[in-house]
Design a protein around this ligand. Sequence first.
Ligand code: UDP
Length: 446
Amino acid sequence: MERIGTRKLRVMLVPLPLQGHLTPMLQLASVLHLRGFSVIVAHTEFNSPNPENHPDFTFIPLKDGVCSPSANLLDMISAINTNCKEPLEKCIVELQGQLSCIIYDSLLHFVDTVAHHLKLPTIFFRPSTAVYMQSYLSLLSLHGKMIIPLPESHLEEAVPELHPIIRFKDLPLSVLSKIPQVVIDFVKSFSDIKSSVAVIWNSVEILDDFSIHQQYQVPFFPIGPLHKMASSSSSMPTSLLQEDPGCIAWLDKQALKSVLYVSLGSLATLSSEALVETAMGIANSGQPFLWAIRPSSVAGSEWIECLPQGLRGVIQERGLIVKWAPQKEVLAHPAVGGFLSHCGWNSTLESLSQGVAMICMPFFGDQMINARFSVHVWEVGVEIGNMADRKSIEEAVRALMVDEQGKEMRCRAAEIKHKLHLSMVKGGSSCRALEDLVEFITSLSA
Ligand code: UDP
């Protein structure tokens, strides 16, 4: 179906070079390749994927002018949107009508501008939930009605028109002060699908709410969880950091469901005080643990120098700290019984797909909303703030790993794992959405 005559249809994908965006885009590339499409990945030189890990795709680097990982993500994203326009245009022109469409990360609006100019259809890709995107539309509406800034006393209230468990304090931008115009412009730029002819979500019908499509009014394809949909190539490495494989051998020696896995993803950082509190809380819980701590993720330290020697001794007895873990493999390991997570969407999907319940420690972006859903809608997690002290961390670890409450959460997580599996097999929502997407892309070349 995906061939016109004898010609294999070719799609171009343009990822945002951040781990949580790059990974699902490469997984999408893999899913489409498995369905017979030829795949070109046009990527920034900054945080470039390693072409050797993906011999089936063609990689085209775009000069981005991003010299160093900027602390300010907004600046980095704007630089890419400005600097990659010309290189992308040149590259599409050179391909002379060989592309069926371009699938681009929603934060890279320049792709739609270039493609529209060259009369090439685009598909908007969101690596997170539709509910999260809706929260930005809600922020724009609150800003437009001049409801922001709000007094602090409103933070615990539910946001009108969003799921009732989402409070003002869970929104991705603070509502306590006026939102700067540059931020409003940025939100407008990525919440508008522009000339895109469809939207792909790394999300799943049973976990999300796609009512946002009343506004978008184009076909939408929720085909998540992409790491599972791309399962025949699940070992495909997408990490920008080197994974430490030694932790799997360590997990092999631990008792069934005894280990707490701890990771705060690729962007969140901790103060040295928060690192010590978290380490004390986990150590005092008495549970074995595997903790992935990225270099430079603790303020003022290269790695974990600020952990006191005594605490390091306890860690060596009962736990293992690595710089970057093979997370999907870790979550699939039978020794892992819980996940202390920042609730990034990829991590949340990876955890739910393995039936692993969570301690939710959200920091920013969609993490608060994902945490609220994990705790209050799916009931597979306990929430602690990102400023939790050692006592509340210790209690949360016990609640998840030892108490009856934790057992119940694990049962519900196992049910979600099963439902996610059903959504991916024949007749399931993600499977059907993928079939529809393949047909849709094919129709663009007809
Ligand atoms: N990850 C990993 N090893 C680690 C920590 C994270 O492979 O030690 C991966 C994880 O599996 C996920 C991604 O990094 O796919 C993080 O994405 P997420 O959306 O969870 O959070 P973000 O990094 O965007 O905050």
